[in-house]
Design a protein. Structure first.
Length: 116
């Protein structure tokens, strides 16, 4: 059974940085693409960033391109998200996602709050 646990969220001022981590258990590390999504209050969950299972390909939402960087770690920490120059509109619950074909596994989320 796959379990994902996000950490690293918190309260930060606009312009600041945070680094999110995704810890995993029961995840066969290879062949899983990893991603980050977020959901702001009253809004639908939206894509933030993803990285291929080998780590060679990344993709970002336009709203975070140039500010956020997704990276792969090891089997126990398969994904990280470095968030720089945070904006108030980045405030949301951030979710780690592991994807292999039609299978998606999700973490419980970590709150990121950006204040002015």
């Amino acid at each position: 059974q796959v379990q994902l646990v996000e950490s690293g969220g918190g309260l930060v001022q606009a312009g600041g940085s945070l680094r999110l981590s995704c810890a995993a258990s029961g995840l066969p590390f290879s062949r899983y693409a990893m991603g980050w999504f977020r959901q702001a209050p009253g809004k639908e969950r939206e894509f933030v960033a993803a990285i291929s299972w080998r780590g060679g390909n990344t993709i970002y939402a336009d709203s975070v391109k140039g500010r956020f960087t997704i990276s792969r770690g090891n089997a126990k920490n398969p994904a990280n998200l470095q968030m720089n120059r945070l904006k108030i509109e980045d405030t949301a619950v951030y979710y780690c996602n592991a994807n292999r074909g039609s299978r998606n596994d999700w973490g419980q989320g970590t709150q990121v709050t950006v204040s002015s």
